[in-house]
Design a protein around this ligand. Structure first.
Ligand code: BES
Ligand code: MN
Ligand code: ZN
Length: 506
């Protein structure tokens, strides 16, 4: 584990005080670029016209996540910071979430521990939605990348966050609590994904997953290599062969008592703690990044924790295959044929296409355990990064209605998802000469053939696949997010379970 704590969840409360009376170290006011909200006008008066002046001078424009701290007299808050959200017509829920995270990071940079956010009544969003995403953002801002620096001063954490939102106090506080859990669970996934692979081996990942999951009341089964072999998971075992570290398969179950027997949401996450490529070894440049190849597994773990803590009204199963992908004397070799737990045979043309192998056995196991609907999350292909870049996750699957459902909750969760095709035509690209399928389909359409390979193991259940290869890791810091693991997909998975009424009959 890193030498310092990397996140802490502040208390988040709701206040109905007038803005001038909120006692806090820093009061955050989200504003638009092209529209002056009532709250900004009030603040402008209290600053003697400083804000209007800064706007005319161009010192502050209200562009995305730009912060401005005007001098304000006669207010109880120690400081007031405007945070820009861009133009009103481009507004979406995520703008508020990011403004809150920006505020939190700005507060901590100034070593302040109490923050309040004023939600403008003129922002086009419901009170509970605003409450949820502001709480999420504030908690997301209370996160640092893992640090093993022995010289770092201890980080400053926000202790107390107050939100001023008009609306029914009970409903608003409930939404705040939901947002707080979703923010905290996103941070749990980020913390794990930032860990170096020598600290987070498959065994350590399994132990930490079990501890975290039990803490949330989930039932946990952490299968070791013997039990994985008893289940004849030839694909997972094949990938693990090259490593000195034994594999694990972590199974999490959430069984809320009043919930119906079906549907059962099956969540499957890629848990490669380090991907060297195996015998088809990767180039040295950027290989260090492959410690985050377990981000999908971390998202499934943290998503399941959120689902349990929020008591989502649906049964859920999480399956996380964990292994390293290493070259070694006994490693999988190109041309080898593996037999999956389901009995399908796979010719391994490239040992670097390991994620889909482990997910094949894991999807089969989720079905064995009773899943009726599947979602898998994986840092699966460089091809997806080429197609969509580093801000958008590739969304694949069938049938349309199920995939659309995932897309909708993803939008709400602030995970940018974009649908990709899964036409059967692509299947001929990964035909094998000697086995049922091959594990690669060449460069063209690489993200799609990878998705369709996984589909082979979904038994035609409704299935959605999130390729987070581009989105799991932020290459540079943003005002609302430090460099490193992003925690992508955690909130999407939780929102999907919370929205079960919308998809139970699909
Ligand atoms: N973990 C990688 C995918 C990846 C690449 C994630 C870049 C993040 C950034 C995956 O296991 C992989 O190596 N995929 C290969 C597949 C190929 C051999 C068919 C790839 O994308 O090159
Ligand atoms: Mn690989
Ligand atoms: Zn990989």
């Amino acid at each position: 584990m890193s030498t310092q704590t990397v996140h802490r969840t502040p208390s988040v409360g709701v206040t109905s005080k007038s803005t001038r009376d909120i006692e806090t170290d820093i009061l955050i006011v989200p504003v638009f670029e092209d529209d002056v909200l009532a709250e900004e006008a009030e603040l402008d008066a209290a600053s003697g016209g400083e804000i209007a002046g800064a706007r005319t001078r161009g010192e502050f424009k209200g562009k995305d996540y730009e912060a401005f701290i005007p001098p304000v007299r006669g207010w109880k808050a120690g400081r007031v910071a405007l945070v820009g959200m861009g133009r009103r017509r481009d507004f979406g829920l995520d703008c508020l979430r990011r403004a809150a995270a920006t505020g939190a990071l700005a507060a901590r940079q100034r070593r302040l521990q109490r923050m309040a956010i004023v939600h403008g009544a003129g922002i086009p969003v419901s009170a509970p939605d605003a409450a949820q995403v502001l709480a999420e953002g504030a908690v997301l801002g209370n996160f640092d990348g893992a640090s093993y620096k022995t010289t770092d001063p201890p980080p400053v954490w926000l202790e107390d966050v107050q939100l001023r939102i008009e609306g029914d106090p009970g409903t608003v506080q409930q939404a705040v609590d939901r947002g707080r859990v979703l923010g905290e669970c996103t941070n749990i996934a980020r913390e794990l994904a930032n860990e170096p692979s020598n600290a987070l081996t498959p065994r350590v990942f399994a132990d930490r997953a079990a501890t975290i999951a039990r803490g949330a009341g989930l039932s946990v089964d952490a299968l070791d290599e013997t039990r994985i072999a008893e289940l004849r998971m030839g694909l997972l075992l094949g990938v693990a062969r090259g490593s000195q570290e034994p594999p694990r398969l972590v199974v999490l179950q959430y069984d809320p008592k009043p919930a119906a027997r079906t549907p059962v949401l099956g969540l499957v996450g890629k848990g490669i703690t380090f991907d060297s490529g195996g015998i088809s070894i990767k180039p040295a440049e950027n290989m260090d990044k492959m410690k985050d190849d377990m981000s999908g597994g971390a998202a499934v773990l943290a998503g399941m924790v959120a689902i349990a803590r929020l008591q989502a009204p649906v049964r859920c199963i999480g399956v996380i295959p964990m292994t390293e992908n290493m070259p070694g004397g006994r490693a999988l070799k190109p041309g080898d044929v593996l037999v999956s737990a389901e009995g399908k045979t796979v010719e391994v043309l490239n040992t670097d296409a390991e994620g889909r192998l482990t997910l094949g056995d894991a999807c089969w196991y989720a079905r064995q355990l009773g899943a009726t609907h599947l979602v898998d999350v994986a840092t699966l292909t460089g091809a997806c990064v080429v197609a969509l870049g580093r801000t958008t996750t590739g969304l694949f699957g069938t049938p349309d209605a199920w995939v659309e459902q995932v897309r909708r909750v993803g939008e709400r969760a602030g995970d940018r998802l974009w649908r990709m095709p899964v036409f059967d035509d692509y299947k001929e690209l990964f035909k094998s000469e000697i086995a049922d399928v091959a594990n690669t389909g060449g460069r063209a359409g690489g993200a799609i053939t990878a998705a369709l390979f996984i589909k082979e193991f979904t038994g035609d259940l409704p299935w959605a696949h999130l390729d987070i290869a581009g989105t799991a890791w932020a290459e540079e810091a943003k005002p609302y997010q430090p460099k490193g693991a992003t925690g992508v997909a955690v909130r999407t998975l939780a929102e999907l379970a919370l929205a079960v009424d919308a998809w139970a009959t699909l």
